[in-house]
Write a protein that binds this ligand. Structure first.
Ligand SMILES: Nc1ncnc2c1ncn2[C@@H]1O[C@H](COP(=O)(O)OP(=O)(O)O)[C@@H](O)[C@H]1O
Ligand SMILES: [Mg+2]
Length: 301
């Protein structure tokens, strides 16, 4: 329609017949309604929907790129690692010490690259909700001691004390031991990496019958209050310039948090710059299957 100022506008028209008491049609009632505001609101909603769709597509594409790249990188890398290992074992006596060191460097760097690729794969799977937990009963105390023994070498290298304090009656938990190892290795490696002097302490406690708590406490560089808000986000590192002198992608804590969400656990952190950090992981003693169908498909036994 056109208004008095000859400006076009969207209009909704409805018409109804007017009848006399005998039921004969004696006229038509027209109702014209300016629907410009409604049209504008509808357009806005359509725009937002379109933007959301594009964002979802971009996120999916990003995850697909990570997955494809990681698979394509992992296959040749496994060949490099496998053959370097064989090369070293078959020729250790013929190689001079410099050659041995070179092959060992290839293996060490290859392993580091593999760890990085595996992290990217885990991250992509967690983001897409395609992650599965392999649930079973195991002894949490034994697992923690094994993890700490694996990492002791790195603490010794930096002259840092690495202590374990276990205060738990019932050692049996129902969870995925590989993923618990991944969570704790990430936290303890961080604690060692960001501590120059002092100690790293791992504590295991029972909150109640159904919950356990694992605390990883260090006397390291600490995290500022501002950075504390970001460290669980993907690829985020506190004080980027400083962190660049520490190796890492900033994916570790994101994976830790996503895994804990899947397990029905959670993580909190307290820290003071220059004094150290304390990460506190709360876990159900037995990970429960969620009733929701959508979540159930994430669990495989
Ligand atoms: N124990 C810690 N002490 C100090 N800073 C930490 C500690 N743990 C994590 N951070 C900070 O959180 C950031 C993110 O950690 P993470 O996701 O494991 O990434 P990355 O170890 O690859 O840098 C780290 O870069 C660091 O800035
Ligand atoms: Mg890390």
């Amino acid at each position: 329609m056109q208004n008095h100022q000859k400006i076009l506008f969207d209009c909704e028209i409805s018409a109804s017949t007017i009848k006399d008491n005998k039921g004969n049609c004696i006229g038509i009632r027209w109702l014209l309604r300016d629907i410009t505001a409604r049209k504008q609101a509808e357009n806005k909603i359509r725009c937002v929907e379109m933007q959301n769709f594009k964002l979802q597509e971009a996120a999916q594409l990003k995850s697909q790129i990570v997955t494809v790249l990681s698979h394509e990188l992992r296959t040749p890398l496994n060949a490099i690692l496998g053959f370097s290992d064989i090369l070293l074992r078959l020729n250790k006596n013929q190689f001079n010490s410099q050659s041995v060191k070179m092959v060992e460097t290839i293996i060490r760097n290859g392993k580091q690259l593999l760890k990085l690729i595996n992290n990217m794969l885990d991250f992509a799977k967690l983001e897409e909700g395609e992650f599965s937990l392999n649930l079973q009963y195991f002894n949490i105390t034994e697992l923690i001691r094994l993890i700490v023994d694996d990492l002791r070498f790195f603490a010794n290298q930096k002259n840092i004390n690495l202590d374990v304090n276990i205060n738990i009656q019932n050692v049996k938990v129902f969870n995925d031991p590989i993923r618990i190892q991944q969570i704790l290795t990430n936290l303890i490696s961080n604690a060692i990496k960001f501590t120059e002097t002092g100690s790293v302490l791992i504590e295991l406690q029972e909150l109640d019958e159904d919950k356990i708590i694992i605390i990883v406490k260090d006397t390291g560089i600490g995290i500022s209050q501002i950075d504390l808000n970001h460290i669980f986000q993907a690829f985020r590192q506190a004080n980027q310039t400083k962190s660049r002198c520490y190796q890492g992608t900033g994916l570790g804590l994101t994976i830790v948090k996503d895994l804990l969400d899947l397990m029905g656990g959670n993580i909190t952190v307290e820290s003071q710059l220059g004094e150290g950090s304390t990460f506190r992981v709360e876990l159900p003693r037995e990970v429960k299957l969620v009733n929701n169908q959508e979540n159930q498909k994430n669990f495989h036994f």
